[in-house]
Design a protein around this ligand. Structure first.
Ligand code: SF4
Ligand code: SF4
Length: 82
């Protein structure tokens, strides 16, 4: 599953540089995650890095983007070419 940022985001900017896939960017009001680039950090880290650093805990899984571990791994390979 890709993750998403809710409107509780306080635009603190700490998550953006932590994403290994450059999936996070500033949106119109709050930060946003590109679901095509988010692998839940699969392939890079054991835990989602953005969730680890977010001070207000506003990055849940997006139920609309359900993906298996295999699908996330495949996305990682596609994104990195590895
Ligand atoms: S879970 Fe990982 S890949 Fe997805 S947005 Fe957060 S830091 Fe980026
Ligand atoms: S770390 Fe959390 S509060 Fe800060 S910009 Fe990212 S999603 Fe928003």
């Amino acid at each position: 599953m890709a993750l998403k940022i809710t409107d509780e985001c306080i635009n603190c900017d700490v998550c953006e540089p932590e994403c290994p896939n450059e999936a996070i960017s500033q949106g119109e009001e709050v930060y946003v995650i590109d679901p095509d680039k988010c692998t839940e950090c699969v392939g890079h880290y054991d835990e989602p890095q953005c969730v680890q650093v977010c001070p207000v805990d506003c990055i849940p899984k997006d139920p609309a983007r359900e993906e298996s571990k295999d699908a996330l791994t495949a996305k990682y390979h596609k994104l990195t070419g590895k």
